[in-house]
Structures are given as structure tokens and as C-alpha cells.
Ligand binder design. Structure first.
Ligand SMILES: [Zn+2]
Length: 632
């Protein structure tokens, strides 16, 4: 189905290797440092569905040291490093299981059991990782859990590390940065459906694995679509310098909010002389803006946190490990690594704004900016995940927003009507395609993708346009050093040729249900607000009182002027008062058809206007988990 690499792409990929020491063995040494055990082929089955969520055999094509011409050689190198999987002893008392998930699980030996850092993305992969630990290091109980930050791949597999009943019975402490729960939920729910659809592109979830398909995500191999859970912390860290002793182990924390995640922390183990850098320092240039969509991150704060870590822990660390990729070993290497990470984010921030203050706009800055050779020669700064190009745009967006100040760009036509006019002005689809084909033959794939997109948006049924667009995106994917860029391009090409994959949005639905349980009532009402069909709701007025005896809360939810507001008190003039448990609220939202049953069995009582809830719910719309991206 997919096309081979063109001569242009082959030449670009061949010359990409010039000047990059791709055979430098240092990273492979770091990856294999302290390897204890691992399986040749790791297969993790889904707990409910009868399909594997991870089968490392799918990436056996990476065996070859020589990159095929359809893969950027630098990404090929990174993919070969990320595919290594197993149990590693970073130093006595500190272990990691890597390659079982996109993220790493780390374990610190306590007096009586394990302090588990970041229990992966899914129950299934976390359980498989703990099985490997048990097999080689013996059975020890989990005595504490630490979530480094609020992203799903660092907390959602908890149920695979310890049974949730046991967690509660033994009152195992869970430590997380301040704001963890709110951010874990809000970053994934308000914009959840849109992010899930785009994440499918970013991680190449629907691509075949292979030299012409998904190769790697840069930050790790792939994201497993397994079972998820969310259990909030029992203790929050909200200040740098705060210390805790967990299972006899002293830990010194550094609070680093609004860097890689809105709630994040790094921490140091003085007795090990080891620093956990969470996800603030990984062996990639990370995202200041993640292509699945999220709020832009603060590059300046990020760089300053790394500098602070260097000052706080740089002289007392012989090793730094993170929740993705491999550790850095040796005091000098730790400091060198932290400095290059610090300076990469600082450079992006400062140089983007220097150029912005010269009047360059987002795309011009992104085109001009390159890391200096002293940073670009570090593999850990290369754009395997974030890129200089899209991170520079992120810095611009954070300070100046989407508008470049040129009034011609203030009120443009949206893509489809603009495309129709462009194509008409350019002499019709056939004329555009003829010229675009010449540019394609000349290797001008960026431009072809940009211009043929207008034809696809003007005439989505135009098979020649779709195929030419797919061909151009594919060549761009083959050339990309960034895993997410490659995945976006190749997924776009695939959807142009074969349409959207079936069953889109499944994992999003399961994730949302798990998150729903952990949300506050206010978050749930905010979520209802973004489901309200505003135009249809105009002229409607509904006020509902909510009583949750089990959590001792009362709320008013009021619809007027096509907007839904809520506050934690009961108004006198509500149309109806609903009494239920917090759990019933979750069930109601997960499955609105359960409302009748809840009334019948008494778990929901309604006083007042029995139709009020129905009128409000009738105005809510379901998000579209399969919206179009590469066509109108
Ligand atoms: Zn992560």
C-alpha cells in the first residue's frame, strides 16, 4: 500500500547521517548498564479483550543496524535504543524496568519493600513489569508509590503494581506533586476526545509497524492501550526542599510545576546519590507543545528548574534517571547532561523571543532557528519527540498567541472555503495537480503537501489529489527525525488512502471513565459545560440542585444564555433537587440510560420537576471520536 522512498528521500536520509556520530556506543552502554534480565520477545495480553497490547516481536525489523532508506537514520538509532527492554540494576538498591511501556517504572529498595516510581500506563504492562521484578529480585511488598507527574503514562497502571484493595487496606502512601489530581484529570478530560483523536496520529497507533510504518515514538516504543486506573495521592509535595522518609528511605524533593507537566517534581535519594529527573530531562528534546494538543509549556521555567536541580543535587549525584529512556551514570556525566538539557530549553526560549522581537513571525522563526552544534551534537537534545521547529512555535505562541499581527491573517476564510477559492484562482484542480506533480518529482514534498491540501479540501473526492497528497506526506514521514512527525505524516497518508480506522476512540472512552471517578464534582460539571449544544440551548433555563450525602456536598447547576454554571451551594429556586451518591453521578454520566434504573432502585431521588434533568441532558451532545483531520 505504501510507496518506497524516492531518490530524493534516500539522498536526504543518507546525508542526514553525515556529521552525526550515529555509531557512538555511549547511549547503548547507558541502555544496557546493569541489565539483569529480559525476555527475547515480550507479549502482554489485554485483561479483557483477547488481543495483545504489546508484542515486541512487531519491532524485530529493527534488528538491522543499517537503516532502510524509508527511515531517518537518527530516528532508526533512537528506535533501536528504545526497543531494548528488561530489568536493570542502575545501582544497588535502584532498579528500572524499561521497554514494557512507553514509560519506565523505577523501584527503590526500602527497609521492608519497594518504593515504586511511576507505575506505567496500563495495569497489564505494570503487572508484567512487576512479575519480572519478582522473578529476579524476589517477592517484596510495595511500601510506597510516587507519581512524578500528572501524565497518564506515569500513574494509570497502578492496579498492576498492587491490588487497589490491598493499597487501601495497608494504607500504602502515594506521593505526588501538588495539584496532581486536578491536572491529571483536567489535562485529559475537557479536551480529551480531541486529544485522543490527535494522539492516534502522534503515536502512530493505527499504523502497521515496520520500515514503512510506525518505528518509534522517540520517547519510547509505543503506548499500550490497556486497562487504566487513577488513584489520587495521600501526600502532596508543594515545595522544593521538602523531605520525606518512605519505608526508611530519605527523599529530598524539588517541586517543578508548569514545566514538562503542570504538576511535576524531581527528587533526590541522598543515600544512593541518585537523582530522579521525572520527565524534565529525558534522552530527547521534549515537547514545549505536544502535537496531540495541550497547553503550551514554559521553556524558561523548565530550563530554570534543571539549573536548580544542578545546583541542589549536582554535587551529590552519581546517577540521574528519568521516567523515559535511559540513565546517565557518573558524577561528571550527570552534570554535563543536566547542563546540556538546561541549555537546550533555554536556547529555544531565548532565541525564539530574540527573533520575535526582531519582528519574525512563528513560521519564520521556526524556519531559521537551529540548535548550535554544541547542543545539536548531543543525541539527548535531538528532536526525536519535540522538534526545534514546533517548539519554537510553542515559545512564540506562549508569549504572543496565534495571531502574527498581520491584519491579512486576522480573519482568514476557514480551510474548506479558502481551498475552493485557491484552487479556482490557480486554474482548477487539474492544473494544480499537474504543477504539484512536477514539484513532487523535484522532491519539494513540503510544498506539495501544503498546496495539494487545498485540492483535497476543495474536492475531497478527487482520488488523484488524495494519492499525490499521500505520496508527499509519506516521503516527509520517511525523512522525519521525530517519531511523532513521522507518525503524523504516515497516518495522514494512510487515512487519505484507506479512510479512518474502525473503532476510533475506544481507549479514550475507557480512560475517560477511569478519570471520571477521580474527578471533583466541579470538574464533572465543567465537563458537562463543554458538551452543551450552545446554539440549541438558547432560550432554555434549567436549574438543578444536587445533593451528595456521602461526600457532604450540595451544588447548583444552572443553564441560562446557552451556558452552564455551577457553584457549591443549593439555590432556593432550583427546578429540581437530585439526591444521589458521588458514585451514582459517575454511572449516570458514563451511561445516561442508567438514570431510569437508578430512580427505580432508589439510588437517585428527584424532588420537584422530574423533567428538568431530561431537558438538560437532552441538550448535551457526544463528542465525535472520529472527526476528520486530513480532509474537510
Ligand atoms: Zn511520560
Amino acid at each position: 500500500m505504501s510507496s518506497p522512498a524516492s531518490e530524493h528521500t534516500a539522498a536526504v536520509n543518507r546525508s542526514f547521517a553525515d556529521g552525526l556520530p550515529l555509531d557512538d556506543p555511549a547511549d547503548l552502554g547507558r541502555v544496557r548498564h546493569g541489565r539483569i534480565a529480559g525476555l527475547d520477545r515480550l507479549v502482554v495480553q489485554h485483561d479483557v479483550h483477547s488481543h495483545p497490547i504489546l508484542d515486541t516481536g512487531e519491532w524485530d525489523f529493527l534488528d538491522g543496524e543499517e537503516p532502510p532508506v524509508t527511515v531517518n537514520p537518527s530516528l532508526w538509532r533512537q528506535a533501536r535504543l528504545n526497543r531494548e527492554h528488561g530489568l536493570y540494576e542502575l545501582m544497588p538498591g535502584l532498579y528500572q524496568v524499561r521497554g514494557y511501556d512507553i514509560s519506565n517504572i523505577s523501584l527503590v529498595e526500602g527497609d521492608s519493600g519497594w518504593i515504586v516510581i511511576d507505575p506505567l500506563t496500563s495495569t497489564e504492562t505494570a503487572r508484567a513489569a512487576m512479575d519480572l521484578v519478582r522473578e529476579h529480585l524476589g517477592a517484596r511488598p510495595v511500601t510506597a508509590v510516587i507519581y512524578t507527574h500528572s501524565h497518564l503514562d506515569h500513574f494509570a497502571g497502578l492496579a498492576g503494581v498492587i491490588e487497589l484493595d490491598e493499597l487501601a487496606d495497608r494504607q500504602v502512601p502515594i506521593v505526588a506533586p501538588k495539584g496532581f489530581l486536578k491536572e491529571a484529570v483536567s489535562e485529559n478530560v475537557i479536551a480529551g476526545p480531541a486529544m485522543v483523536r490527535r494522539a492516534g496520529y502522534m503515536y502512530g497507533n493505527h499504523l502497521p509497524r515496520g520500515p514503512q510504518g510506525q518505528v518509534d515514538c522517540g520517547l519510547g516504543r509505543s503506548i499500550p492501550a490497556g486497562s487504566v486506573s487513577l488513584v489520587g495521592p495521600t501526600h502532596e509535595i508543594g515545595a522544593t526542599g521538602e523531605e520525606l522518609t518512605l519505608d526508611g528511605v530519605r527523599i529530598v524533593f524539588q517541586f517543578t510545576p508548569d514545566a514538562e507537566a503542570p504538576a511535576e517534581m524531581m527528587f533526590h535519594f541522598p543515600h544512593l546519590r541518585a537523582l530522579c529527573a521525572a520527565e524534565n530531562c529525558t534522552s530527547v528534546m521534549h515537547n514545549l507543545y505536544t502535537l496531540r494538543g495541550a497547553q503550551v509549556r514554559d521553556a524558561l521555567a523548565w530550563s530554570k528548574y534543571i539549573n536548580e536541580a544542578l545546583r541542589l543535587f549536582g554535587d551529590t549525584s552519581d546517577l540521574v534517571f528519568a521516567s523515559h529512556n535511559w540513565p546517565r551514570v557518573g558524577a561528571a556525566e550527570v552534570r554535563r547532561y543536566l547542563r546540556t538539557q538546561r541549555d537546550a530549553y533555554r536556547f529555544l526560549h531565548d532565541q525564539t523571543m530574540r527573533l520575535a522581537n526582531q519582528g519574525l513571525v512563528m513560521t519564520e522563526i521556526a524556519e531559521e532557528l537551529e540548535l548550535p552544534p554544541s547542543l545539536a551534537s548531543e543525541f539527548g537534545n535531538r528532536g526525536y519527540y519535540g522538534t526545534v521547529n514546533h517548539n519554537a512555535k510553542a515559545v512564540y505562541q506562549r508569549y504572543l498567541g496565534w495571531f502574527d499581527g498581520n491584519p491579512a491573517n486576522l480573519h482568514p476564510l476557514p480551510p474548506a472555503p479558502a481551498a475552493a477559492r485557491y484552487v479556482e484562482y490557480m486554474g482548477g484542480a487539474a492544473a494544480v495537480l499537474e504543477r504539484a506533480r512536477r514539484d513532487f518529482d523535484a522532491g519539494q514534498y513540503r510544498w506539495v503537501a501544503q498546496v495539494v491540501n487545498h485540492v483535497v479540501f476543495a474536492e475531497p473526492e478527487n482520488a488523484e489529489a488524495r494519492e499525490l497528497q499521500a505520496l508527499a506526506l509519506e516521503q516527509l514521514g520517511y525523512q522525519a527525525e521525530s517519531g511523532p512527525w513521522r507518525n503524523f505524516y504516515l497516518t495522514g497518508a494512510q487515512e487519505l488512502r484507506r479512510g479512518k480506522p474502525p473503532r476510533l476512540g475506544g481507549p479514550g472512552g475507557r480512560q475517560a471513565a477511569a478519570l471520571l471517578r477521580a474527578m471533583t464534582v466541579e470538574m464533572i460539571f465543567d465537563l458537562l459545560g463543554v458538551r452543551l449544544d450552545g446554539p440549541r440551548a438558547d432560550g432554555e433555563a434549567v436549574a438543578i440542585g444536587w445533593r451528595f450525602p456521602d461526600i457532604g456536598e450540595e451544588w447548583t447547576l444552572r443553564l441560562e444564555h446557552s451556558a452552564l454554571s455551577s457553584w457549591p451551594a443549593m439555590d432556593d429556586d432550583v427546578d429540581a433537587v437530585l439526591t444521589m451518591s458521588r458514585h451514582t453521578l459517575t454511572s449516570m454520566l458514563a451511561d445516561p440510560s442508567s438514570i431510569g434504573g437508578a430512580v427505580a432502585d432508589g439510588s437517585l431521588t428527584i424532588d420537584g420537576d422530574a423533567d428538568a434533568l431530561g431537558r438538560l441532558f437532552g441538550l448535551l451532545e457526544q463528542p465525535d471520536p472520529a472527526f476528520n483531520i486530513i480532509e474537510p
